[in-house]
Design a protein around this ligand. Structure first.
Ligand SMILES: *[C@@H]1O[C@H](CO)[C@@H](O)[C@H](O)[C@H]1NC(C)=O
Ligand SMILES: *[C@@H]1O[C@H](CO)[C@@H](O)[C@H](O)[C@H]1NC(C)=O
Ligand SMILES: *[C@@H]1O[C@H](CO)[C@@H](O)[C@H](O)[C@H]1NC(C)=O
Ligand SMILES: *[C@@H]1O[C@H](CO)[C@@H](O)[C@H](O)[C@H]1NC(C)=O
Ligand SMILES: *[C@@H]1O[C@H](CO)[C@@H](O)[C@H](O)[C@H]1NC(C)=O
Ligand SMILES: *[C@@H]1O[C@H](CO)[C@@H](O)[C@H](O)[C@H]1NC(C)=O
Ligand SMILES: *[C@@H]1O[C@H](CO)[C@@H](O)[C@H](O)[C@H]1NC(C)=O
Ligand SMILES: *[C@@H]1O[C@H](CO)[C@@H](O)[C@H](O)[C@H]1NC(C)=O
Length: 402
């Protein structure tokens, strides 16, 4: 199956602390002592967030400059004049979306609409037919798919959107992504169960990339084997920045989840990381078989970590294990290490009519107009087959909470 671990986005910069509005909604969520068990009040299916010239897989989002949102997706193809995907494939791509001046989403009607969506939100960005995260010389980089001559592939699929570490006074943004050097066969099985992971720096400067145009941030490799093979790839499975600290989740090939933390200014310095082992932080890097490292976060699949101001709680929304079930689950915790609640079901969506159905469940905290608004947008990748071509769309759904 696809390595569709992934997710989260840190909508808010590390320096952000949201003042409570004068009237904080009265929430009666705390049950079981400290646990927050959210309940859905209402859901609205809008439609896809899409660049009309591209088809792409698994888009995650993060709040970016001047109220824009930056989206980063996996495998991307240009659409032909018939509206169907063409070759070649590039392994990742990025886009921006804009809001209306009041912070709402500028929904448009859908011109060609085989799926009967209500509306769509247009993305833009100059991808230049290149992978957003550059493929390295030892990853079959003669093409933008990481396709090797022996039919194997380096599928450098981002499992999580960029983590914003620092927003400087001049408006420049320093963000990071960790990506596993997944080497897969045509049936999508892994040639290396726990591959090394590369740390990429995503760097945006308003005077270079502009504040509103289609120029995407720069991406550079910090270290190709930042996390070595057969170790935890902290940050790849999820991350969240809070009060100047980045919390970084890893999931090994047998599903074990482990947690690290580092100051937002020290992300490139492995000696500054600490790891959650036997209920305390240690600077000794755990091995895959170290005891006492398991953090019982998530429901095992791809999802998003974020901090909810109304609930004063960490939240994860995502999928159960490595399934293609069209279901969203939620779990919450008072601290990044837990205790996490038993996942509860919040939403079932329509699966696509092709083999991958519905996957890459993600939440998009940057889409909510105020961090105190008691709602969240979620999306998933819907996989359909139309005229024998594989199509992927990312429908957006708003969830309002009790
Ligand atoms: C749920 O949302 C829809 C669309 O936004 C709205 O028409 C409907 O009245 C809402 N229902 C409730 C119970 O709030
Ligand atoms: C990207 O590829 C498409 C389709 O092959 C082509 O039409 C377009 O000109 C290319 N763009 C760039 C910037 O190379
Ligand atoms: C935020 O971090 C500072 C410095 O590490 C610490 O003194 C403060 O207690 C932290 N605040 C919260 C709310 O954790
Ligand atoms: C996962 O693998 C590690 C390393 O072999 C082992 O220590 C751990 O017990 C395994 N966990 C599960 C749930 O199988
Ligand atoms: C963990 O695995 C290493 C080899 O990969 C081995 O040397 C070590 O003894 C193992 N530790 C435990 C606690 O099983
Ligand atoms: C965690 O605690 C257990 C039980 O006390 C102990 O056996 C184990 O060695 C500890 N793990 C580490 C990495 O210290
Ligand atoms: C995590 O789950 C495992 C297996 O269910 C359990 O043994 C362990 O006590 C849990 N740890 C915490 C901190 O809840
Ligand atoms: C899948 O759904 C699309 C959109 O409704 C439709 O055009 C296509 O024919 C369907 N394919 C199959 C095999 O049912």
């Amino acid at each position: 199956m696809l390595q569709w671990l992934f997710a989260l986005s840190t909508a808010l910069p590390s320096s952000f602390s949201a003042p409570a509005p004068a009237t904080v909604p009265a929430l009666t969520l705390r049950e079981n002592g400290d646990a927050v068990i959210p309940k859905v009040k209402n859901t609205t299916l809008y439609g896809p967030v899409t660049d009309p010239s591209l088809v792409r897989d698994s888009c995650g989002s993060v709040g970016w400059n001047a109220g824009r949102v930056l989206w980063v997706c996996r495998d991307t193809q240009n659409l032909g004049t018939d509206g169907l995907p063409t070759f070649p494939v590039y392994t990742s791509s990025a886009s921006y979306t804009d809001f209306n001046s009041d912070g709402s989403i500028p929904w448009q009607s859908v011109p060609t609409n085989p799926f009967n969506y209500m509306s769509e939100w247009i993305m833009y960005g100059n991808n230049q037919n290149r992978s957003f995260y550059p493929i390295q010389y030892d990853e079959c980089n003669s093409n933008q798919a990481g396709q090797c001559g022996d039919m194997s592939r380096y599928a450098l699929w981002p499992d999580y959107p960029p983590m914003v570490s620092v927003i400087n006074a001049d408006g420049s943004i320093l963000a990071y992504t960790w990506i596993k050097k997944s080497h897969i066969t045509p049936d999508l099985s892994s040639l290396v169960a726990d591959p090394a992971a590369t740390l990429y720096r995503v760097w945006y400067q308003p005077e270079v990339e502009g504040t509103s145009g289609p120029t995407l941030p720069e991406v550079e490799v910090v270290q190709e084997q930042f996390w070595p093979q057969n170790s935890f790839a902290y940050g790849d499975y999820g991350n969240i920045v809070r009060n100047g600290t980045a919390y970084l989740y890893a999931q090994s090939s047998n599903g074990t989840i482990s947690l690290a933390k580092v100051g937002v200014n020290d992300v490139e310095d492995r000696s500054k990381y600490q790891y959650w082992v036997n209920n305390s932080w240690t600077s000794t890097v755990p091995a895959l078989n170290t005891s006492g490292i398991q953090v019982n976060a998530t429901y095992g699949g791809q999802g998003t970590f974020y901090y909810s101001y109304p609930w004063q709680s960490y939240v994860w929304i995502g999928q159960q294990g490595h399934t293609v079930d069209p279901d969203f689950w939620i779990t919450t915790a008072p601290e990044p290490y837990g205790p996490w609640t038993t996942p509860t079901h919040i939403l079932s969506v329509q699966a696509g009519n092709y083999s991958l159905g519905a996957y890459s469940m993600q939440a998009h905290p940057a889409l909510v107009s105020s961090p105190w608004t008691n709602e969240i947008y979620v999306s998933y990748t819907k996989n359909d087959i139309v005229q024998n071509k594989n199509l992927y769309t990312q429908p957006l759904i708003k969830i309002e909470w009790e």
